[in-house]
Design a protein around this ligand. Sequence first.
Ligand SMILES: Cc1ncc(COP(=O)(O)O)c(C=O)c1O
Length: 408
Amino acid sequence: MTDYFKFLSPAGRHLHESAIRRMGTMAARSADMVSFAAGYPDPTAFPWDSLREFSAELLSGTDPTVLQYGPTRGYEPLIESIVEVLAGREIAVTPREVTITTGSQQGIDLVGRVLVTPGDAVLVELPAYTGAISAFKNAQAELVGVRQEDDGIDLDDLDAVCQRERRAGRTVNLLYLVPNFQNPTGLLLSLEKRQRLLEWAERRDVLIVEDDPYGALYFDDVASAGDTRPMRADDMRGRVIYLSTFSKTLAPGFRVGWVVAPASLVERFETAKQSIDLMTGSFDQRIVHEAVRCGLLDRLAPGLRRLYQTKRDAMEVALREELGGRLTWPAPKGGFFLWATLPEGVDDETLLARALEERVVFVSGSAFFVDGTGHNRIRLSFSAPSVERIREGVRRLAGAMAANVVNS
Ligand SMILES: Cc1ncc(COP(=O)(O)O)c(C=O)c1O
């Protein structure tokens, strides 16, 4: 048998696998598994009828460009629509500052490819989105964690960590954040901290990667939509690279996201993207463009907010009823995730093994911590399962907890 391992490059050997994808595979093991693992949107909320109409029209054969290669930076009318979507978020940009990407995940990867030198420190929160951890690790960054408070990243720790790394001789160019309903904690970064972060980035000469897939999905507990105001809206010094996506508000199967950055950086992202996929799928972009152009995306948003709020409520009620005070969590004010702290002596991996036997799956908290901690946390995603399945899944979780899991 050929030994393929010896053919692998150092990068190929050390590829970082996403813990969430792994959990997704586990979820597929049993048809009856309740999955609180992946942050998938609810497929019943996909606008099937409209999408069928757009597709039929686009595939009528009258416009050959629908299935043709196109510019790497994206379908121009869609870029123009994105500029308008951004204006709705108080972000004023020109089309030259936008590139479309194959999901915002590719945007993070492009940032890693273009801006990370192997060995650089990239600052992330404790905990942080695993897809970003993977992308930056694959760019051979050293991921360095910064503590988090209830209103987002701890600014004192941020500065201390940044200065410590620099004193140790490491370059610190990037801070990665998800300010709106963070994956995995659901936390909302306070407006005051957003302002202070912009000042800090200028003072310490750092770029902030602001990843915003969930900003439109806020619940009633958010005082106003202004609470989700992106940092990029107030970024007068060009310190923020802003990423967003249609995955959570339209459908992730289209793989259409985007990056906003100064035009000189966008050109670099475009060149890096050329060798990865030449371009984001034409057909995907055309359907998404129709959805934005005819106002479908805007019309969907209020219903999505209500839907996910109902599911958040269902999960919180079920957790209280089934588990009493054994789990604690900050109430998610938007997004897809509930971030629970386990009782003393219960460990995430051990609980996960028991939960799989009970046919419920979640993501272990430790997967989100770059410092090896987080074993007393779990991420429960309430977005995809129905309310009924959420209740059933929580009952099963309670069964797994009742097995009195002790730290192994
Ligand atoms: C914080 C965050 N960033 C990026 C992504 C990737 O989204 P996309 O489907 O646009 O690649 C996700 C998906 O779960 C996410 O939670």
